[in-house]
Ligand binder design. Structure first.
Ligand code: HEM
Length: 298
């Protein structure tokens, strides 16, 4: 594969190798072999076409930090709401909505995937669940949960860092934060996958129906938790969202609240589990970094 050596650029030669140029012209992030190992595709974009139109996905992919800052700072030109709706359950939205309304207790649009001023109001209410007080109340249980998990794995001497630690730990922590005592980690993982698939533009109709069924199951679980916390608030983020009110008396609607509990559940586990997986991969493949970490551990 092509070198990313800045010297090439300085010498005025085209920084994009034939392979990179070909990759951009023919491949898509939708191709399973690319989405499984996307680094070369990302490098090809950054070098050759930083704002790249991926025809199979039907969207522009922005690959450079500076450009991303521009996008995130201009919600008028780059609308999260419009962009999210364009890609959500792409190609099957009506049928998907119908299944959720018929079997899932309703269709709950993602209130957080919106633009100011509505997004600003939603954030003000959502922030009621991300307070220093809430972090303080959650800390002891989260620490105990992680220590218990590490001690059990240490006693075994070896483990699958993803399946035995990164995924179960983040699911357990997000359920602890949301106050979900009774949860099935395999179900939470399937639910998270089903929700994330709605913004992948990669699902077939069969997969959409499978994912819609999972999301119906998820919604019944969340609605039951909502009703419980409505009747009896507790020291958890679900209660914070159900009872959130701003100084001017604004509250979340039932649908907004269920969508935000769902967003917290999903946004909090897939991402963190992936970040932990990358950490373990780095520690397992980069001795210098592993030694640096070990030398800094008390
Ligand atoms: C390594 C871990 C994480 C990464 C890399 C990450 C990354 C991101 C990114 C890139 C966004 C912006 C999305 C956008 O604007 O389109 C975002 C938004 C969000 N994340 Fe995370 N996240 C992580 C962990 C978490 C956790 C643990 C939670 C909840 C407990 C969480 C909850 C949220 C929420 C609610 C939003 C929407 C914020 C808004 O639109 O105002 N995230 N996250």
């Amino acid at each position: 594969m092509a070198s990313t050596n800045p010297g090439v650029k300085a010498a005025g030669k085209c920084p994009v190798s034939a392979e990179h140029a070909n990759l951009l012209a023919t491949a898509s992030l939708k191709d399973p072999e690319i989405s499984a190992y996307p680094d070369e595709y990302y490098a090809a974009m950054r070098l050759g076409d930083p704002v790249h139109y991926d025809a199979k996905i039907g969207a522009y992919l922005v690959s450079r930090y500076e450009d991303l800052k521009t996008v995130f700072r201009d919600p008028v030109t780059f609308s999260a709401g419009v962009g999210f709706q364009m890609i959500y359950a792409q190609g099957f939205l009506d049928e998907f909505k119908e299944i959720l309304e018929r079997d899932g207790g309703g269709f709950f649009p993602d209130a957080i995937m919106s633009d100011p001023p509505y997004h600003t109001q939603i954030r003000r209410l959502m922030d009621k669940a991300f307070t220093a007080h809430r972090v303080k109340t959650l800390e002891p249980a989260i620490t105990a949960l992680v220590v218990d998990m590490i001690e059990k794995l240490a006693a075994k001497g070896a483990c699958d860092a993803v399946k035995d630690f990164a995924q179960p730990m983040t699911i357990a922590i997000i359920c602890e934060q949301l106050g979900f005592d009774q949860f099935d980690a395999d179900k939470v993982e399937r639910w998270s996958h089903a929700v994330v698939q709605q913004i992948s533009a990669m699902q077939t109709r069969e997969k959409m129906i499978e994912n819609a069924k999972e999301m119906c199951d998820l919604q019944h679980y969340l609605i039951a938790r909502y009703r419980e916390r409505e009747a009896e608030p507790r020291e958890d983020m679900t209660s914070d969202l159900v009872h959130a009110v701003t100084e001017d008396g604004t509250r979340l609607t039932f649908k907004e609240t269920v969508s935000l509990i769902r967003a917290t559940m999903i946004a909090g586990n897939e991402t963190t589990a992936t970040a932990l997986t990358n950490l373990f991969f780095l520690l397992a493949t980069d001795k210098e970094q592993a030694d640096l970490l070990r030398s800094n551990c008390r």
